[in-house]
Design a protein around this ligand. Structure first.
Ligand SMILES: Cc1cc2nc3c(=O)[nH]c(=O)nc-3n(C[C@H](O)[C@H](O)[C@H](O)COP(=O)(O)OP(=O)(O)OC[C@H]3O[C@@H](n4cnc5c(N)ncnc54)[C@H](O)[C@@H]3O)c2cc1C
Length: 393
């Protein structure tokens, strides 16, 4: 095999898949294609929505709220994103809210956000790689004679990367001749980690996007909430210096709330949408003291993230690779469930594929075990380990 001729199909255009493709290209494997389902562009759980309310556009971060940097390899990526004006530091006040207690400001935190919503991050990364958008990969097949992967009707590829998890990955890999890979991608859903279960476990979260026609005058811009149905509140207007007089908030439920109100993500009954909107608005009011009578929202929308965050992570090399079948897995659940974890996993897998391409036939991570993910924060990103770092421009 020579450089430029080996082809890589990456299924999933979240942060892990995009970073994997970009790093492969740096390493000389320039023929990779990222397939992603997103019809608003790639990004997966690191995306945002631009919503027109009363004739004006507003950014809403509907999953990732901010990310932190603790690893030098990720710091390099963030420096690059910063140089391209895709990320900035969020200078808003972030607090912890406990019932009956004064807000406590979270210290030692350097939160990064996109420049125009979190979507700026995948948008910038995808400018470096080839992405087939709005494309759901429904079948893959390994031919052991030609030693290639067939991906739907997109043709044959030398390598296959599974850069997503949840039910889709479990189903996609069920019958394609790589049982060890499939075993790792089997999944259970739960709000709390089920003991003695060596299977990937994911929680579900509901998210409410809400806009008010005026400012609420709260004393914080983001809050980790430690009581009731809400786990996070974030003020998108403060993040994106929206001067439209409106105040746009993201409200994220607790894992428990996500489990209690789980419905099929593809067919959410309107009655459930109404109920969840009502409950999360109540939660918002309880936490913030917002008076529902004199400030009515002018916009609400709810979204269910069925496969929101991993409760356990695979200990080891930060990716998986089966050398006999040229197949690898990357994703946040292989490092830590956050943007940084996803990016590092994509980097790790690209390095392993590059070495395999150069002749190193080594399996990676196939026998590793899942361990609990200890952090409680949304996205479980390592808030307390983050370093204050200056992106090089
Ligand atoms: C509500 C919420 C809040 C969060 N908050 C934070 C936070 O504040 N900070 C933080 O650091 N992290 C946060 N996270 C976690 C963060 O979003 C993830 O860790 C990270 O984005 C995961 O990236 P990934 O590439 O591993 O997976 P994903 O982002 O899930 O990417 C997988 C991609 O694959 C696509 N896909 C799936 N199946 C197929 C198929 N068959 N064919 C083609 N494409 C397919 C999906 O559409 C998706 O785009 C949050 C997550 C959620 C849900």
């Amino acid at each position: 095999m020579s450089t430029n001729t080996s082809t890589v199909a990456i299924i999933g255009g979240g942060i892990s898949g995009l970073v994997c493709a970009a790093r492969l290209s740096q390493l000389g494997l320039t023929n990779s294609v990222v397939f992603d389902t997103g019809n608003n562009g790639p990004g997966g759980r690191c995306s945002s929505r631009n919503i027109n309310i009363a004739g004006k556009d507003h950014e809403f971060d509907h999953a990732v709220q901010f990310f932190t940097v603790s690893d030098p390899r990720f710091a390099k990526i963030v420096s690059f994103l910063h140089s391209k004006k895709a990320v900035k530091v969020w200078t808003g006040k972030i607090v912890q809210l406990k019932k009956g207690a004064e807000p406590i400001q979270v210290k030692n935190l350097q939160p990064f956000i996109g420049t125009s919503g979190m979507q700026s991050v995948p948008r910038c990364l995808s400018s470096l790689v080839r992405v087939v958008e709005n494309n759901w990969v429904s079948s893959v097949h390994w031919d052991s004679v030609v030693k290639k992967w067939k991906v739907d009707d997109h043709g044959w590829f030398d390598y296959l990367v599974v850069a997503h998890n949840g039910k889709c990955a479990d189903r996609l890999m069920a019958d394609c001749g790589v049982p060890k890979i499939h075993d790792l991608l089997k999944v259970k859903f739960s709000p709390v980690l089920l003991p003695k279960t060596n299977v990937m476990q994911l929680c579900s979260l509901w998210v409410l996007l809400v806009a008010f026609p005026c400012t609420l005058g709260l004393t914080f811009d983001g809050a980790f909430v430690e009581h009731g149905d809400v786990s996070w509140l974030g003020n998108n207007t403060s993040k994106y210096s929206d001067k439209n007089c409106m105040e746009c908030w993201t409200v994220i439920s607790t894992k428990n709330f996500g489990a209690v109100h789980k419905v099929p993500q593809e067919h959410i009954p309107p009655s459930k949408e109404k109920e969840v909107t009502h409950l999360l608005l109540n939660g918002f009011a309880e936490v913030t003291g917002w008076n529902r009578k004199n400030r009515t929202p002018c916009f609400t929308r709810v979204q269910l993230w069925g496969a929101a965050n991993p409760l356990n992570v695979l200990q080891g090399e930060g990716c998986v690779f089966q050398a006999s079948h040229n197949i690898g897995i990357c994703g946040d659940w292989l490092v830590s469930p956050c943007v940084e974890g996803a990016a590092l996993s994509g980097l790790n897998l690209a390095e392993v594929i590059s070495k395999h391409f150069k002749g190193e036939r080594r399996d990676v991570g196939l026998k590793n075990h899942l361990v609990p993910n200890e952090s409680k924060a949304i996205g479980a990103f390592p808030t307390n380990k983050s370093l204050v770092f200056k992106p090089a421009v």
